[in-house]
Each structure stands twice: as structure tokens, then as C-alpha cells.
Design a protein around this ligand. Structure first.
Ligand code: 5GP
Length: 254
């Protein structure tokens, strides 16, 4: 097979040149990192699950008119996506207190927010993706005011959609992070959800037991990350199958 051109390699994914203009192939690795890559491991099968789960969420969003970069899944680890110009921001939506919000404001984990709270972080690993305000974003030209308004509207739609989907399978969507890109169509640009949506970028708690089913399992050494992601995939009905049989769950390799 001809060697593909590598466009970008990140902590959990690789982007290759796509088969058509304005497309890319997104490959999901098994690598797990936390605390800005200070903690690392390989979770056998994580990439397969995240490829499936991201496909599931992005397809659902496309079907309700929330545009995403997702075109189609190609195989167990790869999906075809639209090439977009990434906005250098992480958009975080919070429904319940956890993580850095709990730390920053001294809020008990699990406290419900009066309404979904949106935060922006500037994407820069060397700075640890710092929290920024709309003032910074506008002043440094990372996004226009119109972009910001559109990003907030899109993020709230994603939150409503995902919250409902998870609620239906007994999971609370505590918070999540998305990334957004620009697609130029003629004289117009529109924003689309890009990157991935998976348990790597969401906090997911079992509603009955409070069990964590997301990357905090790895960050906080709470057990087997593969088991947690497999549980999410099973509940959503997207557990990968091999030869008609459910595939074995992922295993921690190192
Ligand atoms: P926190 O700010 O509390 O660490 O994270 C809030 C939410 O955004 C969590 O669901 C967390 O997983 C997600 N998140 C924040 N930063 C990143 C990041 O750099 N990568 C990924 N995958 N998720 C992130």
C-alpha cells in the first residue's frame, strides 16, 4: 500500500492526507495521556472504541443539523473527515461541577450548575491550555464576535443532544470539551464540530452509582479505562463486533 502523507500527530490521534481534496483521514491511537502528557499509557483497543463512539455522536449531530467534520468511518481505527481550519480554542461545557472548575471555585464535585456554563481554553500544550476570556479571544483575533456567538450556540446544541442521549442510557453528562473548525464554502464560512467526541473528552457518571466512565478513571487510577469505555459503548449499542460476536474489551498494555 502506498505510504500516506502524515499531516499531524497528536497525543491520541493521527491525521493523514485524505483521498479527495479537502478531506483527511483521522486515525485513533490507543495512547492515553493526562496532565498535559505527564501520565501516559497504552490502552489496547481504546482507539477502536473512540473511533466508533465519535462516529456515533457526530452522525447523530449531523442528523439533527449540527454540522460536524465527520464524513464516514473507514475501518476500525480510521474515519474520513473534512479538512477544516481549526479555531485554536477548546470549548468546555459544564452541567455539574468537577475537575478544574471545582478546584478553581471550591465547588463540591457533582454540584449542579444553575445553567450550562461555557468556558474557552487557548489550545497550547506548552502553556497547559489556559482558560481565556472572550476579551482575549477577540483581542488576539482567535475568533470573531460572530464566531463566538456561533460557537456558544453550537456548543449548547451539542450539550442538549449529548445530555439526552446519555440520560437515555443512565449516564450523566457532567461536562465535555469540543473543538470547532471553519469550512469555507464560496464566499461564506461556517463552523463545524471537529476533532472527536468520546469518553476521552467528556465526564460521564453512572446516574445510579456515580461510577466514573470516562478518562478520569485513568487520571485518578480508578480501575480499568477499557472497561469503562466498553460500558459506555455497550449501553449506547455501539460496541464493535467481530464475526458477529462482541469483541473482547480493551486491555491495559503498559
Ligand atoms: P477540566 O477543565 O475540568 O479539566 O475538563 C473539563 C472537561 O473538558 C472534561 O470533560 C475534560 O475531559 C475535557 N478536557 C479539558 N481539556 C481537555 C484536553 O486537553 N483534552 C481532552 N481530551 N479533554 C479535555
Amino acid at each position: 500500500m502506498a505510504r500516506r502523507r502524515l499531516i499531524y500527530e497528536g497525543k491520541a490521534k493521527i491525521l493523514y492526507e485524505g483521498p479527495e481534496p479537502d478531506t483527511l483521514i483521522q486515525y485513533f491511537k490507543d495512547d492515553a495521556t493526562a496532565f498535559n502528557a505527564e501520565k501516559k499509557a497504552t490502552i489496547d483497543g481504546k482507539g477502536v472504541l473512540n473511533n466508533r463512539l465519535s462516529e456515533h455522536f457526530m452522525t447523530g449531530l449531523n442528523s439533527i443539523g449540527v454540522p460536524t467534520h465527520f464524513i464516514k468511518r473507514l475501518n476500525m481505527r480510521e474515519q474520513l473527515i473534512r479538512s477544516v481550519e481549526m479555531i485554536p480554542l477548546e470549548v468546555i461545557v459544564r452541567n455539574f461541577a468537577a475537575g478544574t472548575l471545582s478546584k478553581r471555585l471550591g465547588l463540591p464535585e457533582g454540584q449542579q450548575m444553575p445553567r450550562p456554563i461555557i468556558e474557552f481554553c487557548y489550545k497550547d500544550d506548552s502553556l497547559g491550555d489556559p482558560l481565556v476570556t472572550e476579551e482575549h479571544i477577540a483581542a488576539f483575533g482567535w475568533a470573531s464576535q460572530q464566531d463566538l456567538d456561533d460557537m456558544i450556540a453550537l456548543s449548547l446544541r451539542v450539550n442538549d443532544f449529548l445530555s439526552g442521549m446519555f440520560l437515555g442510557v443512565g449516564i450523566r453528562l457532567v461536562d465535555f470539551k469540543i473543538e470547532i473548525g471553519r469550512v469555507i464554502e464560496g464566499d461564506f464560512q461556517r463552523l463545524v464540530i471537529a476533532d472527536e467526541i468520546s469518553p476521552d473528552s467528556c465526564r460521564l457518571w453512572d446516574i445510579e452509582t456515580g461510577r466514573k466512565l470516562d478518562k478520569d478513571v485513568f487520571r485518578q487510577d480508578l480501575g480499568d479505562l477499557g472497561d469503562a469505555y466498553t460500558e459506555v459503548a455497550k449501553r449506547l449499542g455501539v460496541m464493535p463486533r467481530t464475526n458477529g460476536k462482541p469483541a473482547a474489551g480493551p486491555k491495559l498494555v503498559n
